[in-house]
Design a protein around this ligand. Structure first.
Ligand code: ATP
Ligand code: MG
Length: 309
């Protein structure tokens, strides 16, 4: 197959590994910087160019779209879809996963376990909002936060109110959650490829912190996710429409709870901790779909719509 990896930097570990795995499996592969893809859209057809050269003939595209370019990156990805290219993670699914609030709403609607979460807009409602959540400790998260930055723990209701007030003053979007104490600063990243957990790692927060992000000094080691964890991870990816996902779970007394579903999960930590060739799993899955095209959520109707016009 002719594969494109949408990534801003071909030197990143995850991008390099995907290239390596694609070549090892005998595919032709190219890294495309999404910000250098540009397009002409009209009712009589589409064209996409890359650095001055028309682009066509890609069978599949793997998006690795960073949070800072979500909007443009997903538009480029959508263009690939409209031009008939297969992607394991369609643009709509990437957008669903990127918005923490939307993601939580969709998962909760499917009865997938999550920490109880509240959000609200008006300062006059803060008192009742926190009543709806229950007593502290609370975890307050910026919607746009990543790698643990923007995740705060408040032990007292006055602290929760103070942080909320400060965030409102900064016009930041945030949500507030119950604190899962029994997780003891650990979470489990399940790497889902095509409806299967292919690798998992447990991350442990450093002493004195409750955030297990590796960027915050957390440590990772490979684990075998339990059957319940695998089921939750696979269902979460499915609900959002992601063929490839990093699903972060926290172990609670009432079972695994989803913290986050990542649509461009990094490969370095998980390959190192688990010893699994995750890049190879991804390439095999994508190649299978290109050989045996399956209906992709969202894409076919758009393609039909376009060809009708
Ligand atoms: N409700 C909670 N109870 C206990 N610990 C939590 C809770 N929410 C988050 N944590 C801890 O804090 C870490 C960071 O939280 P989270 O993953 O939600 O934000 P992030 O890593 O900054 O954002 P993203 O994962 O979207 O990049 C988690 O990995 C987990 O260890
Ligand atoms: Mg996280």
């Amino acid at each position: 197959m002719k594969l494109a990896v949408l990534s801003r930097n071909s030197k990143l570990y995850s991008t390099r590994r995907l290239i390596e795995a694609a070549r090892d499996h005998g595919h032709s592969v190219r890294v495309l910087d999404p910000l250098r893809c540009y397009m002409r859209i009209s009712s009589d057809g589409f064209a996409m160019h890359y650095k001055g050269v028309p682009m066509s003939g890609y069978h599949a595209v793997i998006p690795r779209i960073g949070a800072s370019i979500t909007r443009y990156g997903s538009a480029v990805l959508r263009q690939f879809e409209l031009m008939g290219c297969y992607t394991p993670n369609p643009s709509d699914a990437v957008l669903r996963a990127r918005d923490k609030l939307r993601c939580h709403q969709l998962l909760a609607a499917e009865r997938i376990g999550l920490p109880v979460t509240v959000f609200g807009d008006n300062p006059d409602d803060t008192h009742d909002l926190l009543d709806m959540l229950g007593p502290p400790p609370h975890v307050i998260k910026l919607n746009e936060g990543t790698q643990g930055a923007g995740v705060m723990l408040t032990e007292k209701i006055s602290a929760s109110r103070g942080v909320i007030e400060a965030l409102r003053g900064l016009y930041a979007n945030f949500l507030v959650q119950e604190f899962i104490d029994e997780a003891k600063g650990a979470d489990v990243r399940c790497f889902v490829v095509g409806g299967r957990v292919v690798a998992a790692m447990r991350r442990q927060a450093p002493k004195g912190d409750f955030r297990s992000n590796l960027h915050r000094g957390g440590t990772a080691k490979g684990v075998r996710a339990s059957a319940a964890e695998q089921e939750v991870a696979v269902r979460a990816a499915q609900v959002l429409g992601l063929g490839i996902a990093g699903v972060d779970l926290i172990r609670s007394d009432r079972g695994p709870l989803v913290l986050e579903v990542n649509a461009s999960p990094g490969l370095e930590g998980i390959e190192e901790a688990s010893g699994v060739d995750v890049a190879g799993e991804i390439v095999r899955y994508v190649a299978q779909h290109v050989r045996r095209p399956t209906r992709q959520a969202g894409a076919p109707s758009l393609i039909r719509q376009v060809s009708r016009n």
